[in-house]
Design a protein around this ligand. Sequence first.
Ligand code: 6CS
Length: 340
Amino acid sequence: MKHSLHALLTLLFLCSSCGHPSDGGAEVWRFAIEETADSVQDRYAQAFKRRIEERLEGAVEVKVYPYGALGTSDDLTEQLRMGSLQFAMASPGHLGKSIPELQVFLLHFLFPDEDATTLAAVRDPSFRAVLRPLFQDKGMEMLSVLPEGWMVWTTQKEIRQPQDFEGVKIRTMTSPLLLAAYQAYGASPQAMPYGEVYSALQLNMIDAQVNPIFAIEEMSFFEVCDYLIQARPAPFMTTVVANRDFLENLPPATRDVVIEVIDEVDLEISQVQMDLNEERLKRMLDSKPELVVIQLSEEERQAFRRLSLPVRDLFMETAGDYGREVLRVLEESIARASTK
Ligand code: 6CS
């Protein structure tokens, strides 16, 4: 209800011309991201903007809205569905509340260690095909799936085994499966929007949170923690989405340009993402050398992996037959990608 009101007010505020030029100037396409300037999502959206504007020769201007400008991730999804945004990033960590099958991306120890294999699996046409109807049913078109780097725990204490999580209040994104994932380790997870995490850590309302390295730096979470724990439970994933009616109603040649540009940006972004994560880790350690970085050993990871397996059953229960199919196709895509 609160989100609907927020979306409606934003729609009225933004949508005086709903993307169409009123003065013969460029048509405006609005692209909202769930992260701040110079994040992985921002680099993606800026590359999309540059190429679209160039390719469509000034007929279109892409406006990129960073996190906070238009509300939380849930607000962005709602605005996209209502048509006040044409493009947005929508992460399964939040979108899984309304599309439970997407929580497949949140399962721990499902994706392989090799980034290239994960990338090939999420690009596999059969996996994309099984995901697409889930978005279409909600008025969206899924254009891409994007890994943004391994999830890292930021904590106040050393965590090497599940018992160390006992009593730790860890913030997760808002999809319910994430609560189950951390409850399985014995932690006390709490879901909240991205924008509230820093102050919750600062005020000791939570002790820990989980995000990829670049995000820990961009949101300054490292300032309010002592440890970065690299257990590689799952990569952070997002999806790039468009309003379905908007995309369907584009002239075919323009729609082809959008698809071409998405393919091109997809190819560039994996290296950008890896570089950003590496660079931001250095930056954090330069500004806070006492930060302790711990890489769990394979044996230590196995203890978490064992506890994570029953959460797959919970996923299958809550995501139903179609969710089981999504998991099956993803596992096949991972297996295919691993043999390449
Ligand atoms: O933790 C979150 O809520 C957010 N984390 C990242 C890296 N991107 C967007 C998402 O909303």
